[in-house]
Design a protein around this ligand. Structure first.
Ligand SMILES: Cc1ncc(COP(=O)(O)O)c(C=O)c1O
Length: 398
């Protein structure tokens, strides 16, 4: 008989990286209070976080979370469907719908579950999902559920209208389709070219979901994200996202037409059979949404910081791909070299970043992802540029 644990014994990659001292994952922080963090007793410059607006330590956000625990306790201990909904969830849904200018919103326990929910609830026999290769893992998992339900999926080249059109031309008359795209690609910082992609989709009657996990707080008027940035929100059916980045909490959301969301909440196992967001996380997201609107300088500063680093690194000669946001990847392209550069940035320069190597990225696309916050000072950014200059020269990247 085969032993299920055989695959565990054969899994060498992590063991090898640990032996080589280049294992970058599951690092445990003693403190992560914004633009800097404490790791192994040492203060490091944090360029590996999604706390884009720096709100995780904002007094109003902290106070809202604490107060919610005081009044409502630590958990609803049940799903939204039965005993887990509270007025705070509904208040956040109203605020999100209003903020985006959509009819309704649904609040989920994580952003991951949003994509599972949409795919499982809306895609079945005779339906097609259109995605590009680099959509988030939660969309891929959602696609698996859709496949199990009888749907199929096709891939087009990211931001390529020609490639999308080719796939649209191959759809059967009888098939209904949904395009699911990241608004801002989480590793590369590239923005989904909605104005170019929407016309062929509209001509074919394809519905559109933008997963704007990284667009919220980063782009668009008031931080409303990618669709609003391009002024095409009335042509995007659904916007999904997370509270785990700009909104300084955990949880996810979906905005769209009220009847569509009502259908989703009655047909999505990831919504119906998972406990609801805890009072403190929902209250924190609600407060962060308010602070984002009250303190627009945060969005401006985040964008400014992104531009400053992009200009600095590009003028040094680094390969940054297509980013136009505060997510700034440095393409290194070779897995082993990427891990060495990551380690050197951390050990020698006290700069914490995120390495992306295969199979997380396609071969030849290994990169170090850096991301910036509204609360990074010019001094932090110059430290980052200085560290990159040294590391880049040493490794022949510039
Ligand atoms: C594009 C994208 N979608 C969905 C998610 C999942 O969000 P959450 O962390 O709330 O589960 C993330 C976060 O990692 C993401 O980057």
């Amino acid at each position: 008989m085969s032993d299920l644990w055989e695959k565990v014994r054969a899994f060498e990659a992590a063991r090898e990286a640990r032996r080589a001292g280049t294992y970058p994952y599951f690092r445990s922080f003693e403190l992560n209070d914004g633009p800097e963090a404490v790791l192994d007793g040492r203060r490091v410059l944090m360029l590996g976080s999604n706390n884009y607006l720096g709100l995780t330590t904002h007094p109003k956000v902290r106070a809202a979370a604490t107060e919610a625990i005081g009044t409502l306790g630590t958990s609803m201990t049940g799903s939204r469907f039965v005993n887990g909904t509270m007025a705070l969830h509904e208040e956040l849904e109203e605020r999100l719908a209003e903020f985006y200018g959509y009819e309704a919103a649904l609040v989920f326990t994580t952003g991951y579950q949003v994509n599972l929910a949409v795919c499982a609830a809306l895609l079945g026999e005779g339906d097609v999902a259109l995605i590009d290769r680099s959509v988030h893992a939660s969309i891929y998992d959602g696609i698996r559920l859709a496949l199990a339900g009888g749907a199929r999926f096709v891939r087009y080249r990211r931001n390529s209208v020609t490639s999308l059109q080719r796939q649209l031309d191959r759809l059967q008359e009888s098939e209904a389709a949904l395009l699911i795209a990241d608004g801002v690609y989480s590793a590369e910082g590239e923005v989904c070219d909605l104005p170019a992609l929407l016309p062929p989709l509209e001509a074919r009657g394809v519905r559109v979901l933008v997963d704007d996990a990284h667009g919220l707080g980063m782009l668009g008027p008031g931080g409303r994200g990618t669709a609003h940035h391009f002024g095409v929100e009335s042509r995007v059916d659904l916007i999904g996202g997370t509270f785990s980045k700009s909104l300084a909490s955990t949880g996810g959301f979906l905005v769209g037409r009220a009847d569509v969301l009502d259908f989703v909440r009655h047909h999505a196992p990831s919504f119906i059979f998972a406990a609801s967001g805890a009072p403190s996380t929902v209250a924190a997201a609600l407060a962060a949404l308010e602070v984002m609107q009250e303190e627009p300088w945060r969005i401006e500063r985040l964008q400014e910081n992104g531009r400053y680093v992009v200009e600095g690194l590009r003028s040094l000669g680094f390969d940054l791909g297509e980013t136009s946001t505060a997510i700034v990847p440095v393409f290194i392209r070779d897995d082993a070299r990427t891990l060495h550069v990551w380690q050197e940035l951390l050990e020698e320069h006290g700069v914490y970043t995120n390495p992306f190597v295969s199979p997380g990225v396609q071969p030849g696309r290994a990169l170090i992802r850096t991301s910036y916050m509204a609360t990074h000072t010019r001094d932090h950014l110059d430290r980052a540029l200085d560290a990159w200059t040294r590391v880049g020269r040493r490794h022949g990247l510039i």
